[in-house]
Design a protein around this ligand. Structure first.
Ligand SMILES: NC(=O)c1ccc[n+]([C@@H]2O[C@H](COP(=O)([O-])OP(=O)(O)OC[C@H]3O[C@@H](n4cnc5c(N)ncnc54)[C@H](OP(=O)(O)O)[C@@H]3O)[C@@H](O)[C@H]2O)c1
Length: 293
């Protein structure tokens, strides 16, 4: 994997809802590190700007954990929040000033001296690529951020920003799952494979929709995953859903959102399941509701 990210990451987007004490969150982090997940995915805005703080409290009480992990965070979205009462609507801001001040806040919140990987959270129609490049270059030279990437970018957004940088963007974090195929269709996955860049994928279980959604697509896909769970002797359909991602030649880095350690382990088991091409396509066809041409 590039820059030593673990093949699976834990996302902290839902961390405020977990309602964990610092000790409980520390236990979760230690347990996931023990099973091989050493990458933790944040954003400044997660949990109304509070998830980074919860994580930082863990690092304050157990500073030894920092050396065992890679921290990813994001910036560029300004959500409407009671913490910023002057904001009228949510919007994007990828100015140099905002990127640098957002990183400075993340460093304090996370209680760390550096961020391993910083992503621009979403493509900003007002992005000035020269300014973003200036911010990234300054953050890199100061040692506050080691590597840089983007999230939810399309190839043309990616190319624009890369054209102004003297170092490579290392990832694009995009939504991909057995239920979400957009980036197979829009050229993004091919573009990243061409550049030998491993995408980070968010919502690998479609945000839980794979399990809770009564709609036809989810039901068809779930029943195919169950059939293949039996065929491959997997502990759960979670393993088949991640096996479907892990087997792809672009080398997806899977960002899990579950807080349940058994589900996390089942997701990791997907790395050991080598789906046949035919079985990969059985999931594809079940999800799309039509045979390949
Ligand atoms: N870059 C972006 O724009 C972006 C956008 C969204 C998310 N992300 C990142 O991606 C991470 C993961 O996203 P996500 O949380 O949507 O991922 P996910 O893994 O697809 O969904 C996690 C949700 O599914 C539930 N779930 C998992 N297995 C289940 C099962 N067997 N039965 C019922 N529910 C189940 C989990 O509940 P339990 O906890 O109870 O298991 C949790 O609520 C986020 O934390 C964030 O870091 C990035």
């Amino acid at each position: 994997m590039p820059f030593n990210l673990s093949r699976t990451a834990l996302g902290l987007w839902r961390a405020r809802k977990w309602n964990y004490s610092t000790k409980e969150l520390e236990n979760l982090i230690s347990r996931v590190i023990d099973v091989g997940i050493t990458t933790f995915d944040h954003a400044d805005i997660y949990g109304d700007y509070e998830c980074e703080v919860l994580f930082g409290e863990v690092l304050k009480s157990n500073s030894g954990l920092r050396t065992q992990m890679k921290i990813v965070t994001k910036c560029g979205i300004k959500i409407k929040s009671s913490k910023f009462s002057e904001r009228i609507i949510g919007h994007y801001d990828t100015s140099k000033e905002h990127i640098i001040s957002s990183v400075d806040k993340s460093l304090v919140n996370l209680n760390t001296d550096f961020i391993d990987l910083l992503l621009i959270h979403r493509p900003d129609p007002l992005m000035n690529a020269d300014e973003v490049a200036e911010a990234f270059t300054e953050l890199k030279s100061s040692g506050k951020v080691l590597d840089f990437g983007v999230s939810n970018f399309l190839p043309h957004h990616f190319d624009l920003l890369q054209s102004r940088l003297s170092f490579p963007l290392v990832t694009n974090q995009i939504e991909v799952s057995v239920l979400h195929h957009e980036h197979f269709d829009n050229g993004n996955i091919d573009f990243l494979q061409e550049k030998k860049i491993s995408p980070m994928v968010w919502s690998p279980f479609a945000g839980g929709r794979l399990f809770n959604d009564g709609g036809e697509q989810a039901q068809r896909t779930k029943s195919m995953l169950s059939e293949l769970q039996n065929k491959y002797g997997a502990a759960g359909i979670e393993s088949i859903a991640t096996a479907w991602l892990f087997i792809h030649p672009v080398n997806f880095i899977v960002v899990l959102g579950s807080v349940n350690i058994d589900r996390i382990k089942m997701a990791l088991d997907g790395m050991n399941i080598k789906l046949t091409k035919e079985d990969w396509f059985r999931i594809w066809v079940a999800s799309r509701g039509q045979n390949v041409p």
